[in-house]
Design a protein around this ligand. Structure first.
Ligand SMILES: *[C@@H]1O[C@H](CO)[C@@H](O)[C@H](O)[C@H]1NC(C)=O
Ligand SMILES: *[C@@H]1O[C@H](CO)[C@@H](O)[C@H](O)[C@H]1NC(C)=O
Ligand SMILES: *[C@@H]1O[C@H](CO)[C@@H](O)[C@H](O)[C@H]1NC(C)=O
Ligand SMILES: *[C@@H]1O[C@H](CO)[C@@H](O)[C@H](O)[C@H]1NC(C)=O
Ligand SMILES: *[C@@H]1O[C@H](CO)[C@@H](O)[C@H](O)[C@H]1NC(C)=O
Ligand SMILES: *[C@@H]1O[C@H](CO)[C@@H](O)[C@H](O)[C@H]1NC(C)=O
Length: 599
């Protein structure tokens, strides 16, 4: 009896536990299925092209806390931003622990004033934290506790006034740190404590006066250092001694008045050096003799009146040199000799070189394909002045009143003719220009009379040449965009009274008028069919743009290859983002590097 009761009891228990378990699974199932569908109302949730789950909230106007409770726990990428006029007003509270797969967090334009007490504690998967364009006034080490795998931290465009020693000490895997355009005025010793793997440091737009060499002891692996507009008057070269792997150095728009000839002695791996916008009067002898790997050198917008004959000796890899907008009026050809074999791009714009000096320069640097000769008071381009090999030519802001098709290089692909004194173009030149990939014709005093527009007059709508280019004459058409002109608006080249007087020509005029109206009909027909096609194209273009935007965060860009910063011309590392897929490469890279010897 007792046994029976016990048995039924046991049976009941088994039954109960089975149904309990079933209920549990059912609940779990419900939770997880509804979890997939979770998405805050003002956000878009989806999968990136690389298959990562992404929550994107960019409509703006968000207030209070980030709606993390409405987000799928499997989210891998979170992006919160706002349009320019409608910023969010958010705060970070420690509610990210649930997101065990979170890899990237972007919270921009959201009025954050602080990061909060270790909000990412328990989320070791996070690789990228982007808090640019907020109102953060200070950060402390506890903000970053638990971010043991963080590779990139962006704090640009905040209001950070000071940083304590060791503030980033929990971020031992950090490779990229950006603090641009904050309110920092000094770098305290041990600021970068434990950041031994840091590769990239961007400090531009803070006012330092001077950089303390002491702080660079903690980041000996640094490859990229940028401090534009930092108010720097000089650099203690001890810094360079501590950074043997530096390959990209940007010190543009500072107040440096002097560079010693042994200034860069310790930077043997430099690939890119920007010193534009300083106050340097001269490039001394043998300044770059140790920079055999330097590919890009920018000395634009200084006060250079002299480049010594041996200034560029040993620059045996230099491909891109910009000495534009200085006070140079001559240049010894000897000075350019050391770079003649390798130089592909040269900018000499805005100096006082006469045509003969320019010709000598072009004869010396015989491999240059891309040439900048803007702002040089050129009135005329003789045939053969520019070598045939030139592909990109910038003759903007000169004083050209006419141009013959024969004076353009045969291999030309891109041409900037803006800000000259051109009123009309010959038919042969127009044909040549239409074959180029890019042409700028803006800001010339274009005449919009029938005869001056030459062969393009019947296809103003179809040629790209005059898109966004305006008429300067005759008066009634001033400021009108040429590509949107109506054919019947265009006046002839002679005053009408004169034409009418010459009765003998009347027949000709009538004939011309009927030709014009006939062409008008043709053009209208062509335009109609063209417009339909364009509408279709526009839809496709919009789709493509949307895709591009979506992919922007997902695109892997290998910044670090073979222990160096790889880059393409023109060089621009400012907008690059590191992606998670490159992190392994960075790690591999770091291991394969020599141990700081051979300096
Ligand atoms: C952020 O700072 C700017 C500039 O001081 C201020 O105009 C804005 O109101 C601040 N926003 C928030 C949310 O605090
Ligand atoms: C150029 O570089 C080589 C190799 O580093 C060095 O031996 C040589 O002295 C340098 N040239 C000058 C003029 O310093
Ligand atoms: C040509 O040079 C001018 C002046 O330096 C510059 O503003 C412009 O952007 C250049 N054009 C192109 C196409 O790079
Ligand atoms: C030549 O062109 C420059 C740039 O457009 C202009 O500032 C200058 O006044 C011109 N010089 C003459 C003599 O027209
Ligand atoms: C046209 O010109 C305006 C003003 O000069 C400029 O803002 C705009 O970007 C230009 N558009 C194109 C397509 O070049
Ligand atoms: C084509 O030209 C006509 C006038 O000739 C103008 O009204 C129209 O806006 C132009 N179409 C395009 C697509 O530029």
């Amino acid at each position: 009896m007792l046994r029976q009761v016990w048995r039924s009891h046991k049976y009941l228990w088994t039954e109960l536990s089975v149904s309990c378990r079933m209920l549990w699974w059912l609940l779990l199932g419900l939770c997880s299925t509804s979890g997939v569908a979770l998405c805050p109302s003002m956000c878009q949730c989806g999968v990136t092209s690389k298959g990562r789950r992404k929550v994107q909230c960019v409509e703006g106007g968000m207030t209070e806390a980030i709606p993390t409770h409405e987000m799928d726990a499997g989210t891998e990428v979170l992006e919160i931003s706002a349009p320019a006029g409608d910023w969010n007003a958010l705060s970070i509270s420690p509610t990210f622990q649930r997101f065990k797969r979170l890899e990237e967090v972007h919270i921009r334009r959201s009025g954050l004033t602080q990061v909060g007490m270790h909000p990412f504690w328990g989320v070791p998967s996070l690789k990228l934290l982007d808090l640019t364009v907020n109102n953060i006034s200070g950060v402390a080490d506890h903000n970053f506790r638990g971010l043991v795998n963080l590779v990139e931290l962006n704090l640009d465009d905040n209001r950070i006034t000071s940083l304590q020693s060791g503030v980033f000490k929990h971020l031992t895997e950090l490779r990229i740190l950006t603090l641009q355009r904050n309110l920092l005025d000094e770098l305290v010793p041990r600021l970068f404590l434990k950041l031994g793997k840091l590769h990239m440091l961007k400090l531009s737009g803070n006012k330092f006066d001077e950089l303390n060499p002491e702080v660079f002891k903690d980041i000996p692996e640094l490859r990229v250092l940028e401090c534009r507009e930092c108010g720097l008057r000089r650099i203690n070269t001890q810094i360079y001694h501590l950074l043997p792997y530096l390959s990209h150095l940007d010190l543009g728009d500072n107040q440096m008045q002097f560079i010693a000839s042994d200034e860069f002695r310790d930077l043997k791996r430099l690939h890119s050096l920007k010193l534009d916008g300083n106050q340097l009067p001269v490039v001394l002898e043998h300044t770059f003799v140790r920079q055999q790997e330097l590919k890009y050198l920018c000395l634009a917008r200084n006060r250079l009146a002299k480049i010594t004959n041996t200034a560029f000796v040993n620059l045996s890899s230099l491909a891109d040199l910009d000495i534009g907008y200085n006070k140079l009026d001559r240049l010894e050809m000897q000075a350019l000799q050391p770079v003649a074999d390798t130089l592909e791009r040269l900018v000499i714009s805005g100096n006082a070189f006469g045509p003969n000096v320019i010709r000598n320069i072009l004869n010396t640097v015989y491999n240059v394909r891309e040439l900048g000769v803007a702002h040089m008071n050129l009135r005329h381009i003789p045939k053969g002045f520019f070598p045939e090999r030139v592909r990109k030519l910038n003759v903007s802001a000169n004083n050209l009143t006419e141009l013959e098709s024969g004076s353009l290089p045969r291999q030309l692909l891109e041409l900037d003719l803006s800000h000259n004194d051109l009123q009309r173009l010959s038919e042969s030149l127009i044909l040549k220009l239409e074959d180029l990939h890019a042409v700028s014709l803006g800001s010339n005093p274009w005449s919009c009379r029938v005869c001056d527009l030459s062969s393009i007059i019947f296809r103003l709508n179809r040629t790209n040449l005059f898109r966004n280019v305006t008429c300067a004459a005759p008066k009634p058409l001033q400021g009108r965009e040429i590509s949107a002109l109506h054919l019947e608006d265009l006046p002839g080249c002679k005053p009408p009274s004169q034409d009418a007087a010459k009765t003998g020509r009347l027949g000709l005029v009538v004939g011309f008028a009927s030709l014009v109206s006939f062409s008008l009909v043709c053009v209208t027909f062509a335009v109609c069919s063209c417009m339909r096609r364009r509408a279709r194209d526009a839809v496709q273009e919009q789709k493509r743009l949307a895709e591009l935007q979506e992919n922007a965060l997902d695109r892997p860009i290998a910044i670090f290859a073979k222990g160096e910063i790889s880059f393409k011309f023109p060089l621009d590392l400012t907008e690059r983002k590191v992606e998670v897929s490159t992190i392994d490469e960075i790690k591999k890279d770091t291991q394969s590097l020599p141990n700081g010897t051979g300096i």
